[in-house]
Ligand binder design. Structure first.
Ligand code: SF4
Ligand code: SF4
Ligand code: SF4
Length: 858
């Protein structure tokens, strides 16, 4: 420990820090322009000068390390003069257009000029004149305002790892340009905007709309898009979310956010949002009153249950809704409708993968702290691009690489292409053979601990020969050996798993191999989570075989506890999964479906099949915020409040429970509230005065949340199991390898784009500006082989459908890969693929054999 004195105040310091950081920790603010919490020390602007006793000149506090006995002054006449001089230099070029600059009121340069008073400059050079650049749809640049602090360039390269910006030209002509020219070709995290201290780089979303002092409220809440659960700071003006700002030090993300968090908030005020209930009358959906709509739903569900039995009704819950919404929904299905037919789209991979791995490695083995990634020495990624699916988690992996950690990828992963990953890129459908090889070699190279004899037994006979793997996968022996040699040397590895490796015929077996690899490496496991509450929807019991807290429906003791808590008998047979509900609807045994916050017609593979199945039910209720493809088919549509308009909690992929805060007010009903009103009509009173009282019940009945209160969640560090053990029943699982015919032809890959998130992002105008339309992507070699031209219209045909899309060439794709997104109306990849259900994980295995791509019009 060392002691220094700043402005007469003695400060004890335990770890090496700069004088600037030491002052900050003692509440003393030293002004800076080029320095920033997120960035490496730079020492460029010289505003942070301080006087240090026994040192001859003024020192830059952002680069000077604090040393024992130092006596420092941060505000003296000499310092003020020096700062004024620096500001005069900056004002040589900086235009004095503060009245029209959108940064006015929060410009760090303006504030410093007010404080140190460089009202004019002694230097008489002519000011630079550069026209405002509006070439980009989201970011406006006024380079004549730039003070060349290079925060943006360092942010983009050093923290985001996108390296999309650079200083161009020299001397007075220097300015910041995106490498791509006028329009940005980057990850649109918006962090360059967040760190720019002046009005040189700004968001166009709120340009000319307001000044910072018009902001009436600042709300910290959780992002609605993915399972990382970033804390977003929303600024509200006149009951409208004006902008999202990135604030260092906030949440699991330390304020870093991605394009969806930064620019995707506008859906909250989209005029297309549903406002009134709709009832189908003579084939047409017409506006109705709440009373009429809720009474009708209650009556029809009651009739159908009476006529066909309670198993004829199913419910689909939502990984976009809060824990409170999902808890009340599954309770409604079980208590009021007496069915366990409740599931969600988390089933399509996350739910099954998590249960499978946790059954092998123990509960909690897939829940790890996101920041742990950057501190590991190796990250092995299989099945998805973390930079697209969970971008801020991806940044932790980039940070790991920057600190010297090694990145291993199975398949080419675009987000890491400039981070020297060690990559094995097997031929289509041969990942399994490569994983078997990795496991075989790791078993030889590392000790088995004998702490999990069941797993060790399962993998004892897996022995892949390098000759065979080379032949099947097309990867040379040399590459295979190099990969395993390097991976086996890691001491603190992480394994990151995405859906692509699970949604195949060998999905469960791949998971077994990945679990075994993680076991041998003693690695932490992370499952990529595409939606904000995929974890929570499972924890709340929106599963056909599990009650809240993973208590088994079939276990009478566990079921009885809930019967006592809820004061009602519960059905004791496992219900139908979401895929089984689709099948049952098709066969005619499922007569009514209640869909909350989900769009199954679009978000489940084989859209036409799902649509036909749903069309077959007698009564469809859709409760949502937009008029989705599924809502269009409904008998009754119930409008719910959206993110930003409601309270509640989400649970992120680390199992951290976090609170959502209401930012804007709208007359309307929370999802849970609609369900309660309906339940009351059916004779079951769920009495919750507010969202918090729903949560209080969850923490009373679910063993995972024992004693947990909103006020504790506020601290931001609540992970479950809270105050109790989780003791989920561990079931012995196994998975064997399916024979697959390795094909050489074209295959479909469903894109997981950075800028979109299923049906929600298509209602966010800014995200649509970055990525406006669906397209089909192939690499240049495949395009050349098929004589196809970028930009041309293509027809893609499979056994189940045919759609037309423009062609884009993407060099990061493998030969024969046809990449399609599932985020745009009428053009979804899921409309072209079929699926089968993995009997072990219950996840969907996506299949699109016999795919054809040709110029449209042929
Ligand atoms: S938005 Fe993000 S990725 Fe794009 S230039 Fe700015 S910092 Fe770089
Ligand atoms: S654009 Fe902003 S952040 Fe970038 S160098 Fe200029 S003033 Fe600094
Ligand atoms: S990483 Fe996920 S949670 Fe964070 S801002 Fe992006 S979409 Fe939102």
């Amino acid at each position: 420990m060392i002691t220094i004195t700043i402005n007469g105040k003695e400060i004890k310091i335990e770890k090496p820090v700069t004088v600037l950081e030491a002052a900050k920790s003692a509440g003393i603010k030293i002004p800076t322009l080029c320095s920033h919490e997120w960035l490496e020390k730079y020492g460029g602007c010289r505003i942070c000068l301080v006087e240090v006793e026994k040192m001859p000149r003024l020192q830059t506090s952002c680069t000077l390390m604090a040393a024992d006995g130092m006596v420092i002054n941060t505000e003296t006449k000499k310092i003020a003069e020096a700062r004024k001089g620096v500001l005069e230099f900056l004002l040589i070029n900086h235009p004095l257009d503060c009245p029209v600059c959108d940064k006015a009121g929060e410009c760090e340069l303006q504030d410093l000029v007010v404080k140190y008073g460089a009202s004019s400059s002694r230097f008489k050079e002519e000011k630079r004149k550069k026209t405002e650049s509006l070439e980009d749809p989201l970011i406006v640049r006024n380079t004549d305002r730039c003070i060349m602090c290079t925060r943006c360039v360092r942010m983009c390269a050093g923290v985001q790892g996108a390296s999309a910006l650079s200083v161009v030209n020299r001397g007075g002509l220097s300015c910041i340009e995106p490498f791509s020219g006028g329009k940005y070709d980057c990850e649109y995290c918006g962090l360059c905007i967040a760190v720019c201290p002046v009005g040189a780089m700004m968001s166009r979303l709120h340009r000319h709309n307001y000044r910072p002092w018009f902001i009436s409220d600042t709300v910290e809440t959780i992002c609605p898009y993915c399972g990382v659960g970033c804390t977003l700071t929303l600024q509200v003006r006149s009951n409208v979310i004006g902008r999202v700002i990135a604030k260092a030090g906030k949440g699991v993300n330390d304020g870093l956010i991605c394009s969806k968090g930064m620019f995707g908030y506008e859906f909250v005020r989209n005029p297309e949002k549903l406002r009134m209930p709709l009832i189908r009358k003579r084939g047409v959906l017409l506006e109705s009153t709440w009373e009429e709509a809720i009474s009708l739903v209650a009556r029809r569900l009651s009739e159908i249950s009476g006529r066909y039995g309670s198993k004829s009704i199913g419910g689909i819950a939502s990984p976009r809704c809060t824990n409170e919404d999902n808890y009340v929904f599954q309770k409604f299905m079980r208590v009021a409708l007496k069915t366990n037919n409740i599931d969600s789209t988390a089933r399509s991979w996350y739910a099954g993968a998590q249960r499978f791995i946790e059954n092998i490695l123990g509960q909690g083995s897939t829940a790890n702290i996101i920041s742990g990634l950057s501190n590991s020495d190796a990250v092995f990624i299989a099945g998805g691009d973390p930079l697209s699916v969970n971008p801020v988690l991806g940044l932790q992996i980039r940070a790991c690489s920057k600190k010297g950690g090694k990145i291993f990828t199975l398949g080419n992963i675009k987000g890491f292409q400039y981070f020297n990953p060690i990559t094995l890129n097997p031929a289509y459908l041969t990942d399994t053979f490569v994983l078997e090889f990795i496991l075989t070699e790791l078993k030889k190279k590392k000790e088995l601990y004998n702490t999990n004899s069941s797993l060790e037994k399962k993998i004892a006979d897996i022995n892949a020969s390098i000759n065979d793997v080379e032949k099947t996968s097309g990867i040379s022996k040399d590459e295979l050996r190099k990969f395993v040699d390097s991976l086996s040397q890691s001491l603190s590895a992480c394994v990151v798993i995405g859906r692509d490796i699970v949604q195949t015929k060998n999905g469960a077996y791949n998971l077994l191999l990945l679990a075994a690899i993680s076991y041998i490496l003693n690695a932490r496991i992370y499952l990529l989570s595409e939606l904000p509450n995929e974890q929570g929807v499972l924890d709340m019991g929106c599963m056909p075989d599990m009650l809240p807290g993973y208590r088994q429906v079939a276990n009478s003791e566990q079921r009885k506890k809930y019967e006592r808590d809820w004061g009602s008998m519960l059905p004791n047979e496992k219900g139908l999964t979401i895929f089984e509900m689709i099948d049952a609807a098709k066969k005619g045994s499922l007569k009514a479906l209640y869909v909350m916050g989900e769009n199954p017609v679009f978000n489940i593979p084989d859209s036409k099949n799902v649509e036909a199945a749903i069309r077959n039910v007698e009564f469809l209720v859709v409760q949502d915020i937009f008029f989705s493809e599924t809502a269009k088919m409904a008998d009754v549509v119930l409008p719910a409040l959206s993110w930003g308009e409601k309270e509640g909690t989400f649970t992120n992929l680390e199992r951290r429970i976090q609170r959502l805060k209401k930012a804007v007010h709208r007359d309307g009903k929370d999802d849970w509230k609609i369900i309660c009103e309906l339940s009351e009509k059916l004779g079951y009173d769920f009495i919750y005065p507010d969202t918090e009282s729903v949560f209080d019940e969850i923490s009373r009945v679910s063993p995972l949340y024992k004693g947990l209160k909103y006020k504790y969640i506020e601290r931001g560090n609540v992970m479950y199991p809270y105050n109790s053990s989780s003791d989920m029943a561990i079931v012995d699982v196994n998975a064997s390898k399916h024979e697959i015919s390795v094909r050489e032809g074209l295959y479909i890959k469903v894109e997981q784009p950075l800028f979109h998130s299923r049906t929600l992002s298509r209602k966010a105008p800014a995200l649509l500006k970055i990525y406006p339309n669906a397209s089909v992507k192939i690499n240049q070699r495949t395009a050349d082989r098929l004589s196809l031209q970028a930009g041309g219209m293509m027809r893609i045909t499979t056994k189940v459908n045919s759609i037309e899309l423009p062609l884009n060439v993407d060099s990061s794709l493998d030969d024969n890969c046809i990449m399609l997104s599932n985020n745009f109306e009428d053009k979804g990849a899921y409309s072209l693929v079929e699926y089968s259900v993995d009997s072990v994980t219950g996840a969907a295995c996506i299949d699109a054999n016999d795919i054809k791509i040709e110029k449209a019009g042929r």
